[in-house]
Ligand binder design. Structure first.
Ligand SMILES: C[S@@+](CC[C@H](N)C(=O)[O-])C[C@H]1O[C@@H](n2cnc3c(N)ncnc32)[C@H](O)[C@@H]1O
Length: 254
């Protein structure tokens, strides 16, 4: 009998932001695979096997999921946010591409979740309301030279930019370099937010401008959004909102 794999996004943290589709998949699962802190978000129950694992073992996790599904299990591969954004969905397909005949008949469903940049943007207003891009600042799976190039080109194209994985203990320098690049390439000062642990009890949101941004404002639980040249802060109802207008001026000032 062939089992099934659901690759699901649990959203940024608040259980009310888990989609009903993902909740249904959680109810059907016999096995849960994922990073420790994501597996911890699934309530244990009789008959449900939990298989937490450490960081940087995506391929092993994917093979484990496919092997269990091949034996008939309904496997839930859990991710934070969305499973297709810097997460396990790609890892499953990478393993499948290289081992296709073995696992050709396994049924796979990718169930979306609210990714960190969308949850963070909603907390501060609408900074991603015009064109934007997302860059993962981890150089574990790609060279720094490509990150450097993408940041320069994103600034040149005047995108708002969402940065995932800005800074970790093992990568203390990357975000410093990113801020240096932004400070030297962005014309004028522009708003930047540090949205940490969004939708959890530890949530903090910091608004600064690029000129005042410091590397230690970010850690691995932070999503950083840098505005485009058009992004602005307005005040309403005793609070600040950061937003990027839908229209772009006709005369491109870049
Ligand atoms: C490996 S990536 C996974 C992204 C995830 N698949 C998503 O769609 O949000 C982990 C990074 O996502 C961001 N992140 C995840 N959850 C977050 C949250 N609740 N608040 C702020 N940033 C978060 C952080 O930048 C973190 O370093």
């Amino acid at each position: 009998m062939n089992g099934k794999i659901f690759v699901v996004g649990l959203g940024p943290g608040d259980p009310s932001q888990i989609t009903p589709q993902v909740s249904n998949a959680i109810n059907l699962a016999t096995d849960v695979i994922g990073y420790f802190s994501y597996v911890d978000r699934i309530a244990p129950k009789k008959g449900l096997q939990l298989h937490p694992s450490d960081n940087r073992v995506e391929a092993e996790r994917a093979k484990h999921a496919l092997t269990l599904a091949e034996a008939g299990s309904v496997v839930l591969v859990v991710c934070s946010g969305d499973p297709g954004v810097f997460a396990m969905a790609s890892a499953i397909f990478e393993v499948l591409e290289n081992n296709a005949p073995n696992w050709n008949n396994i049924d796979i469903e990718i169930l979306p979740g609210i990714t960190a940049m969308i949850a963070s943007a909603a907390r501060v207003g609408a900074p991603l309301g015009h064109d934007f891009c997302a860059i993962n600042l981890s150089d574990n799976l790609k060279p720094w030279s490509i990150i450097d190039k993408r940041i320069r080109l994103a600034v040149e194209a005047d995108f708002a930019i969402a940065f995932y994985n800005p800074r970790s203990k093992s990568r203390p320098k990357g975000f410093e370099k990113t801020l240096r690049l932004l400070k030297s390439h962005c014309e004028g000062d522009r708003p930047i937010i540090f949205a940490r642990a969004v939708s959890t009890e530890e949530e903090t949101i910091k608004y600064v401008s690029i000129s005042k941004a410091k590397a230690d404002m970010a850690d691995m639980r932070t999503l950083v959004i840098v505005g485009s040249s058009q992004t602005r802060i307005i005040h309403q109802n005793n609070r600040e909102w950061m937003y990027t207008p839908r229209h772009y001026p006709e005369k491109d000032s870049q």
